[in-house]
Design a binder for this molecule. Structure first.
Ligand SMILES: [Zn+2]
Length: 99
């Protein structure tokens, strides 16, 4: 496969992941957390299949453990981690990650 084609695939994978995440957000806020998780799972599968690197704002928009979309003050809390001198996001499932 030539690199031009690869680039096209990558950018289309990324835009479908973006779409899936925004749909997951919408589903979650319209009281459909199960559907929301399904969207994130689909996004996650695409990510693994194509080994695409996502920009930080997308990587930090869902939980890789429970596939929940992160909505500040709803499904995730962001706090300052004094010990490690960084910001930390914590999902309601207990998973936490440095920002
Ligand atoms: Zn989680």
């Amino acid at each position: 496969m030539d690199s031009k084609r690869k680039a096209i695939i990558k950018s289309s994978v990324r835009s479908s992941i973006e779409k899936l995440i925004s749909q997951a957000r919408k589903a979650y806020t319209s009281d459909n957390p199960e559907r929301s998780k399904r969207y994130i799972r689909m996004a996650f599968d695409l990510l693994k299949k194509h080994k695409t690197k996502l920009p930080e704002e997308l990587r930090n928009s869902f939980c890789r453990k429970c596939h929940l979309v992160w909505i500040p003050d709803k499904t995730a809390t962001v706090s300052y981690d004094r010990r490690n001198n960084c910001l930390r996001v914590r999902c309601i499932c207990g998973f936490s990650k440095r920002l």
